[in-house]
Design a protein around this ligand. Structure first.
Ligand SMILES: C[S@@+](CC[C@H](N)C(=O)[O-])C[C@H]1O[C@@H](n2cnc3c(N)ncnc32)[C@H](O)[C@@H]1O
Ligand code: SF4
Length: 333
């Protein structure tokens, strides 16, 4: 699949729930949540059918996200079905890490069960190592569970584990260096993400915004020069740097300040309520659940995907007119 601007679409992010066991200020509004009713959420079978169709159209990488995907009931059953019914090159999970170390049966952690389903990558959110600060950001005092979750993921042997930290002024200044050291100790790839306007809370104000360039400056002040690595890319939009004198690489996702951010976009998103979104930072979304439930053939659904790709915008609207419509938690970041 290729869009009007030459983007080859090979990556589908699939949100399987709008629910979460945390309440990150930049993602979820603090007011009482209204979860979607169960019948409005794609079933596992429906989700797998759409993933299979996408893979027939050239999607080779899937990332399961949410909300918090590991809170969905029977999620491991879903992962096993997914692994059995599709043949994807890369299977990834985005998680807040809080449930990775939970034993789902004696001697089997959630992390190990996910790995055993063939997942090769896991992205874990971690904004700070200060327990009080973590609780302030996420609304839950779960930092110790996240740390053991990260260690469970390491023990499970995922080939790729990334830590993702959202940057915020007033907080990141103090948190960055210890996060870099933590990632170095465990030999994990750490990435810093600029705050995007995808929640309704006042947290997304100009004064809280902390650009990736400033993050690099803070790190350089304590750890020395960062050397750009323009040749190094993963499948995502991060740019990478090496810390001089250390064998450690850091990623920076400058969704707001990097004007080339959208150039290599290869993504589509599927929300848990069955909307295909061609871009995170655009209002556009297309209801694929209705035709799916009305008996559409595989061919109809393939055409639906192609039509959505045809409408993929050249770049996101975050810098111009964008006002959050759907919250991040309901899109799947
Ligand atoms: C929506 S979460 C879903 C998966 C999982 N619950 C987690 O926290 O990793 C996916 C990613 O989006 C990021 N995110 C959420 N809101 C954001 C915002 N307003 N700006 C930038 N990144 C955001 C989170 O930090 C997380 O790394
Ligand atoms: S960022 Fe992830 S953990 Fe935090 S509220 Fe959003 S979905 Fe939940």
């Amino acid at each position: 699949m290729q869009d009007r601007f030459g983007h080859r679409i090979s990556y589908l992010r699939v949100s399987i729930t709008d629910r979460c066991n945390e309440r990150c200020t930049y993602c979820m509004p603090q007011e009482l949540q209204e979860w979607l009713p169960r019948e409005d959420i794609l079933s596992f079978e429906e989700t797998i059918r759409l993933i299979r169709i996408a893979s027939e159209l050239g999607v080779s990488k899937i990332r399961i996200t949410g909300g918090e995907p590991l809170t969905r009931r029977d999620v491991i059953h879903f992962f096993r079905l997914l692994a059995r019914s599709t043949n994807l090159r890369e299977l990834g999970l985005s998680t807040n890490g809080t449930l990775l170390s939970r034993e789902i049966e004696p001697g089997l952690t959630m992390a190990q069960a996910v790995r055993d389903c063939g997942f090769n990558s896991v992205n874990i959110s971690l904004d700070t190592l200060d327990r009080k600060e973590y609780a302030r950001i996420t609304g839950r005092d779960l930092l110790p569970a996240v740390i053991t979750g990260i260690d469970s993921a390491i023990a499970a042997g995922f080939p790729q584990i990334k830590l993702n930290c959202v940057l915020m002024r007033g907080r990141s200044e103090h948190a960055l260096t210890s996060l870099v050291d933590f990632a170095a100790e465990r030999n994990l790839l750490l990435r810093f993400i600029e705050l995007m306007p995808v929640s309704t809370t006042e947290v997304l104000s100009e004064s809280n915004f902390f650009p990736v360039a400033e993050g690099r400056r803070v790190i350089e002040e304590s750890l020395g020069p960062l050397l750009p690595e323009p040749e190094f890319r993963t499948n995502g939009p991060a740019t990478y740097y090496q810390i001089s004198g250390r064998n450690q690489r850091l990623g920076f996702i400058g969704a707001m300040t990097n004007l080339h951010f959208c150039e290599n976009c290869n993504k589509l998103r599927l929300t848990c309520d069955g909307k295909l979104r061609p871009c995170l930072g655009s209002y556009l979304e297309f209801d694929i659940m209705s035709p799916l439930r009305a008996g559409a053939s595989d061919e109809d659904l393939r055409q639906f995907f192609l039509d959505v790709v045809e409408r993929k915008p050249e770049q996101h609207d975050f810098r111009t007119t964008y006002q959050p419509g759907r919250k991040m938690v309901a899109i799947g970041g």
